[in-house]
Every structure is written in C-alpha cells, then in structure tokens.
Design a protein around this ligand. Structure first.
Ligand code: NAP
Length: 241
C-alpha cells in the first residue's frame, strides 16, 4: 500500500467481479496499485486475495456507489492511505430488471429507471466528486466511465431497454460536462464501451471475455498526457455519441 512518487494507484468501482475485476487485474499487471471498490466485504476480500495471489499490489475499500455515506467513508479511507489517486474507473453498473415489460418504454416501470440511474449515473457523480480532490493531485489524473454502445443515440444497439440504455446516454452526457468543466485542468476523462461481454450481467451469454471487455478502459486509464478528453471509445476506436 505504498505511495512513492513513481507508484501509481487506480481505484476501480465494482471490481469484485466481471469487467471491473479484469480492469483491476490488467492495471495491476501494468504495475498499478489497485484499490478494489466493492460493496460486499466477502466478495471484496476474495477479489483482493485473487489479485494478490497473482503478485498484484491490491487492497480493498467498502464502496456502495448508491450510498452517500458509503462513498464519503470510502473517500476518507482512501485519503488516509495515499496522497493522490492517479486513476478512477467508474465501472459499477446494473441493467435493472429486463423482463416483464420493465424496460419497454410503453410499460416502463419508473422504479426500475430510478434504481438504474441511481447506480449508473448518480453513483458515478457521487464517487467522482468524492474522490476528485484526491485525483486532482495526480499529474495528470485519468477518469474512465464505463458506458455502453447501448447508450449511443447514433448506434441504437442491443435490446430495447428504456432504463439501462438512457442511463448510459446520460452517463455519456455527464462525462462530456465534466470534460468541459475540467478542460483547463490536467484531468483526462473519457468513456469506455467494453463490447458484449460474458459476465453475470449478461448471464455469461456473450462473445467477449472480461479481459477483452477491460481493454478499452485500461487503454483510457493509461492514455498519454496529451490524450483525448471527453470522448467515447471501445477497443477498436472512437464511437459516436
Ligand atoms: P457484473 O459482472 O454484473 O459486475 C457489476 C459490478 O458492479 C459488480 O462488481 C457489482 O457488485 C458492482 N455494483 C453494482 N451495483 C453496485 C453498487 N451499488 N455499488 C458498488 N458496486 C456495485 O457486470 P459487468 O458485465 O462486469 O459490467 C461492468 C460495467 O460494464 C457496467 O457498468 C456495465 O453497464 C458495463 N457494460 C457491460 C457490458 C457487458 O456486456 N457485460 C456491456 C456494456 C457495458 P456486486 O457483486 O456487489 O453486485
């Protein structure tokens, strides 16, 4: 848990499994100290153990992105341990209930929308704002927000999902607003799309591995200092909003 000048630290939310775990693992293999942000103590400890078994410098912090209290506590814990945070990957996300017309616009369950927004959008703002002071001490810091091509108004991909799709559209827009506000600073902030990845999220019924899904986020987390800002990428290149 050291914090020397050359040692870089990355916090990944929802890093106990799936794409988030693969991002943490990939950044750890690149030499980052990784902080596993996860809401469940057992799942978090197990993920940290798996990373440490691979020789990665990893530790965990309790983090529920839907809870102001949890996010504030997590930021305080991180700040007690390190002087700066080089990378924040806002990966935690949910689809919301998909069956029973819950995400057809004509029968939309607004409670599903609220729940999805609370995690996928408000959660990102909560975590970003709580950690921004610590991240801004890095030179230069990198933020990656995990979105989806399902949030692209141009591509209109995937199943109809009137809660999940718009949540990622709003996350994309929110990221652009951060990039605009931070344009005169050294903060590099972008959006990643992992592709269609076999995780619990997709019932493991998708063609890409979590490692493949992690690639775009890892690339954006390690951009050069003059890298792009406020843009949307998958592994193959830039995506349209
Ligand atoms: P996953 O396997 O279901 O993992 C989601 C992660 O988010 C888990 O660690 C989960 O923790 C965490 N999480 C959910 N709600 C949370 C909360 N309130 N506080 C903290 N952590 C929370 O999903 P995934 O496929 O890896 O997806 C990761 C990200 O990629 C999501 O943002 C998703 O929208 C995006 N994405 C995925 C795909 C895909 O094909 N899989 C495609 C496009 C975009 P628990 O274990 O505690 O539930």
């Amino acid at each position: 848990m050291g914090d020397t000048d050359n040692e870089k630290t990355a916090l990944v939310t929802g890093a106990n499994k799936g794409i988030g775990f693969a991002i943490a693992r990939g950044l750890g293999k690149l030499g980052f100290t990784v902080i596993v942000g996860a809401r469940d103590d057992g799942r978090r400890d197990e993920a940290v153990g798996r990373l440490q078994d691979e020789g990665i410098d990893a530790w965990g912090v309790r983090l529920d992105v839907t809870s102001d209290y949890s996010v504030t506590e997590a930021a305080a814990t991180v700040e007690q341990s390190i002087d700066r945070l080089d990378v924040l990957v806002n990966n935690a996300g949910i689809s919301g209930r998909m069956g029973g017309g819950g995400q057809d616009p004509s029968t939309l369950d607004l409670d599903v929308v609220r729940t999805v927004l609370d995690t996928n959008v408000f959660g990102v703002a909560r975590v970003t704002n709580a950690l921004l002071p610590l991240v801004r001490r890095a030179a230069p810091p990198r933020f990656v927000n995990m979105s989806s091509s399902m949030g692209s108004l141009t591509l209109q991909e995937g199943p109809i999902s009137a809660a999940y799709g718009p949540s990622k559209t709003m996350l994309n827009s929110l990221t652009v607003q951060y990039a605009r506000q931070l344009a005169d600073t050294n903060v590099i902030i972008n959006v990643a799309c992992p592709g269609y990845v076999a995780t619990d999220f997709t019932g493991h019924n998708a063609p890409r591995t979590p490692e493949q899904g992690a690639r775009a986020a890892i690339r954006l987390a390690t951009l050069p200092d003059d890298g792009p800002r406020g843009r949307f990428f998958n592994e193959d290149g830039e995506l349209p909003w």
